[in-house]
Design a binder for this molecule. Structure first.
Ligand SMILES: O=c1ccn([C@@H]2O[C@H](COP(=O)(O)OP(=O)(O)O[C@H]3O[C@H](CO)[C@@H](O)[C@H](O)[C@H]3O)[C@@H](O)[C@H]2O)c(=O)[nH]1
Ligand SMILES: [Mn+2]
Length: 570
């Protein structure tokens, strides 16, 4: 739509001026990534008499007489962006917003969301406040985290997007320690905790906020003191020109420079996953957090249901975790007031991608079957195998108990196992590789916003599920799949050739090997579906296709064997 002036309608405001954040014709100083800070009051505080309320609309049969139906103040903030300053991505944006809100309301509690999340339950904010003002631990609670829920995931949750084991098991369990980690969205914070101030039971009597910590703004420093003393004026400041100028100052590109923002104050910079490390910093000061799950989901968002995008997301998370491990925020050395077990849990949260290297090695081991002659490996001692079996059984039993306790379904557990295998053969090793390169060259992991719905197919809500871009990290997964499918074929071939020759022992080993191959195949089933693209709508095809492949491989093996036996007589 165009106006008389030729500019699209959407960029014009009711009073005839153009929206300041419009860069349809980008020019220097006024384009995406290079523009002044914007603070725009979209809706003034109801105290100043705006009357956008339900009461005004006629024909309402509901009685709103006893409810305050006024719409709260709404202010649009866009921080200054300048190519000569690092904008620190999401963490930088959240910090600018935190400072702007300090001047606007200085509210004690702040809730944040990703751009792809929304409020799904109007009771959620109250639930979080209940934890914050609870008589027992409320004052020492820094944040209340809600689980992430998604409304665009395919019904079968092929790539484990719901992450139930993590959101309903792991995080809930952490409530028994110092609380869940911060997960980036759907989290209510106590402002003071974000400011890097100690929890009440560790706090010194008098704290004077300094410009070297919080930045050079008198109004901001005053607001921090007021927050500390719990003095808060409920009537909003009058937004005159000087006040707006100060707001623009605290959202300027250079404001963070030479301050503690992004280090000891606010959301932490220089890491691919600002959330986990920000939560770690807060827990390390002795604060606790709370996990809050509501029957009717509090918040909802969008997840990447395309395998390639999903794996990119996993690379970012696991890469960020490793970055944290190799920083001064390593859970073994950082976080001075962390409880011991909380330290262990953060250790697990940061180091887990490394385990993938062993899984990958095991999963590829069936290539040994592809070698015509037997490979001789020292068999493990029986007692060692016994220990191993006991440990594996114990791990699984704990896992089962946990899912029962957390109320997760078996299917969710299985999806989790499957996706862990896919990740362990693709995204996690990639993250480890990134980390090695990072340690050698100091190059960080690129944060690309997860893209959702890459196809334009509007008839199929889950069209994205059937799209997959081949990326190098999928090669090892493919190798594992091929190796295991091939191994089954070869095993059939070997059975045909050696049936009469094999001892019982050898047959048993072959059977065990087959079991392993099948297990890996079951785990990689969602990956196989991804490769099939739209054919995956009929997974039954696999039931025909796989036996055909097995038979072909077996025939090739037998033929090669006969050929070789004729040429080189054994
Ligand atoms: O340069 C950036 C990149 C991202 N964002 C914000 O970050 C959010 C998360 O990005 P998204 O692409 O949706 O990634 P997800 O993998 O879905 O996000 C998860 O993982 C992130 C850490 O990797 C957390 O920050 C998120 O809260 C968490 O939902 C977005 O919604 C944006 O609001 C920015 O503000 N600036
Ligand atoms: Mn997201």
């Amino acid at each position: 739509m165009k106006t008389d002036q030729g500019a699209p309608n959407a960029t014009w405001m009711a009073n005839g001026t153009q929206w300041p954040g419009t860069w349809i014709d980008p020019v220097e100083n006024h384009r995406k990534g290079h523009h002044a800070g914007i603070v725009k009051v979209v809706l003034d505080h109801p105290i100043r008499g705006h009357n956008l309320s339900l009461k005004d609309s006629t024909g309402y049969s509901l009685n709103f007489g006893v409810i305050d139906v006024r719409i709260p103040m709404l202010v649009y903030v866009s921080r200054e962006k300048n190519p000569s300053y690092d904008h620190n991505k999401k963490a930088g944006a959240l910090n600018a917003q935190l400072r702007a809100s300090a001047l606007l309301s200085n509210a004690q509690f702040i809730i944040n969301f990703d751009c792809d999340h929304y409020i799904n339950n109007s009771q959620a904010l109250r639930a979080a406040i209940c934890f914050m003002i609870d008589q027992r631990e409320g004052d020492n609670t820094a944040f209340v985290q809600f689980p992430q829920r998604f409304d665009n995931v395919d019904p079968k949750d092929r790539y484990g997007n719901h992450n139930r084991v993590f959101f309903d098991g792991t995080m809930l369990a952490l409530n028994g320690l110092q609380g869940p980690s911060y997960l980036g969205t759907g989290c209510m914070f106590r402002r003071l905790a974000l400011y890097g101030i100690d929890p009440p039971h560790w706090r010194q009597d008098s704290i004077t906020p300094k410009a070297s910590q919080f930045g050079d703004s008198t109004l901001l420093l005053e607001s921090v003191s007021e927050a500390l003393n719990q003095e808060r004026c409920t009537s909003p400041p009058s937004l005159n020109d000087t006040y707006v100028a100060e707001m623009e100052k605290v959202v300027s590109a250079s404001f963070d420079k030479k301050t503690d923002w992004g280090k000891g104050v606010g959301y932490i910079y220089d890491i691919a996953t600002e959330d986990i490390v920000t939560g770690f910093r807060i827990h390390g000061q002795g604060w606790r957090s709370m996990y809050c799950t509501l029957k009717h989901d509090a918040f909802c968002g969008t997840a990447p249901i395309n395998l390639t995008e999903r794996l990119h997301q996993i690379v970012r998370w696991s890469g960020g975790s490793l970055e944290m491990f190799f920083s001064h925020n390593n859970p073994l050395i950082g976080g001075r007031r962390l409880q011991l077990l909380q330290r262990v849990s953060y250790l697990n949260m940061t180091i887990y991608p490394v385990t993938s290297l062993f899984i990958l090695l095991y999963a590829i081991s069936p290539v040994m079957w592809l070698i015509p002659d037997e490979v001789y490996i020292q068999r493990p001692f029986t007692r060692y195998v016994l220990y191993l079996v006991v440990i594996i059984l114990m791990i699984h039993m704990i896992g089962w108990l946990e899912i029962k306790w957390a109320g997760i379904t078996w299917l969710d557990y299985w999806r989790n196992e499957q996706f862990f295998m896919i990740g362990s053969t693709s995204a996690y090793p990639t993250a480890v590789l990134h980390m090695v390169v990072n340690l050698l060259t100091k190059k960080g992991i690129h944060f690309r916003v997860t893209s959702k719905q890459t196809t334009a197919d509007t008839n199929d809500k889950f069209a994205d599920l059937y799209e997959m871009r081949w990326v190098p990290m999928l090669i090892p997964t493919m190798v594992v799949l091929v190796a295991n499918i091939g191994a089954i074929g070869v095993a059939i071939g070997k059975t045909v050739v050696y049936m009469g020759v094999w001892t019982i022992q050898q047959k048993r080993h072959a059977a065990m090997g087959l079991l392993f191959n099948m297990w890996v195949m079951f785990l990689l089933y969602p990956f196989a579906l991804a490769i099939m693209g739209r054919w995956a709508k009929r997974p039954i095809i696999l039931l025909v296709l796989l036996p055909v492949i097995f038979v072909i491989v077996a025939l090739v093996y037998v033929a090669t064997h006969i050929l070789l036996a004729n040429i080189i007589p054994f």
